[in-house]
Design a binder for this molecule. Structure first.
Ligand code: IPM
Ligand code: MG
Length: 376
């Protein structure tokens, strides 16, 4: 973690804790960020603000224009988790961006490339439903299209029918260009990994799925003949990846299917709390920095354990690693953070979701210690 002249400028981070355990894990992530910045001689400037229900309660909106502007101006945005039963019941008309601050942020920043890695950790196999011989060495990357599809297709809504029933609807819609750009993200990611890409769709029943498959296939043939491309139907993919996760490398999926399978991969990691993500406005190309990404753990706001100090901070800490890798162009720091987490896991410093008794603060302190020790 040596200083490099190119990182002497100030790295500006907007931190949005969100709801329930969100602020707890973001505090942990920021501790690690400040610590590694100190160790590596990086200047970080951190601004904190509200998102989700916490924003609604103060401002009457789940993501204010001011927060949007701050996110646009920041080098990177760190998000905890949003939502909870307090706000789920609110019926706000209009697009989902009106009732969910995180989706508004994603759409406005046009972060379409969601990278959600998941790996097996050798010292916690008994926390997963898998036998070690099935998952040892499993290492997946879900590439999720994150700004289109059924989340945002128009029209959507609810209406009262003449017979007294209600009808609720949304549409799954993709344009060629949207599929092309996320396909390129997945192929590029596969090039930096083991060169294998599985694209998931429901092309047997969905028109958007047919266009998805044709487009991914065409981009692969044209520009990525070096990548081994397969197509799987989404339902079968859940089965096939669960049965033999080590057969897979990069998994490409649309917004909804990517949401589903990325939670599933939490089982491979032993807990959803272990999963980080980076959601970016561009493909990751080696050596290139990407401004304006959103970094967040894949898990939700977990109201049931909020305020107890026991949330697993690892997903957020690893998200800070991804932030340094892509936002600052320092993959070495992401590697250092992952190695520190590995040490902590191996030492058995685990939160209750992994069967341990450590608190959020203890795991965070242990990660920082491991980072300091790796300096020497
Ligand atoms: C995720 C979450 C979000 C999503 C919610 C909170 C809107 O589940 O980031 O995976 O559905 O995208
Ligand atoms: Mg999700």
């Amino acid at each position: 973690m040596t200083e490099s002249s190119q990182t002497r400028e100030t790295f500006r981070v907007l931190a949005l804790g969100g709801d329930h355990i969100g602020p707890e894990v973001v505090a942990a992530g920021l501790d690690v960020l400040r610590h590694i910045a100190n160790l590596s001689g990086i200047d970080v400037e951190i601004d904190e603000d509200l998102l989700g229900g916490a924003s609604f309660d103060v401002h009457g909106t789940f993501c204010t224009d001011a927060v949007l502007e701050k996110a646009r101006a920041a080098d990177a945005t760190l998000v905890g988790a949003v939502g909870g039963p307090e706000w789920d019941g609110l019926r706000l008309d209009g697009p989902v961006t009106q009732s969910d601050g995180l989706t508004r942020l994603r759409v406005e920043l046009d972060v379409y490339n969601a990278l959600r890695p998941a790996r097996a950790w050798s010292k916690i196999p008994d926390r997963t439903p898998f036998r070690p011989e099935i998952i040892d060495g499993a290492d997946l990357l879900v590439v999720r299209e994150n700004s289109g599809g059924i989340y945002y297709g128009e029209p959507r809504g609810r209406e009262l029918l003449a017979d007294g029933q209600e009808r609720a609807f949304e549409i799954s819609e993709y344009r060629t260009g949207e599929i092309e750009r996320i396909a390129r993200c997945a192929f590029e990611a596969a090039r930096t990994r083991r060169g294998k890409l599985a694209s998931l769709d429901k092309s047997n029943v969905m028109e958007s799925g047919k266009l998805w498959r044709e487009t991914v296939e065409r981009i692969g043939q044209q520009d990525y003949p070096d990548i081994e491309l397969t197509h799987l139907l989404m339902d079968h993919a859940l089965y096939a990846v669960t049965m033999a996760p080590r057969n897979y490398d990069v998994l490409l999926a649309d917004n909804l299917f990517g949401d589903l399978i990325s939670d599933m991969t939490g089982a491979i990691a032993g807990s959803l709390g272990m999963l980080p993500s980076a959601t970016l406005p561009a493909a990751t190309i080696k050596g290139q920095r990407i401004r304006g990404g959103i970094y967040e753990p894949t898990h939700g706001s977990a109201p049931d354990i909020a305020g107890k100090g026991i949330a697993n901070p690892v997903g957020t800490i690893l998200s800070v690693g991804m932030m340094l890798q892509y936002g600052l162009g320092r993959p070495d720091l992401a590697d250092a953070i992952e190695a520190a987490v590995e040490t902590v896991v191996d030492d058995g410093v685990l939160t209750p979701d992994l069967g341990g008794i450590a608190t959020t603060a203890e795991v965070t302190a242990a990660v920082m210690d491991a980072l300091s020790n790796s300096e020497t």
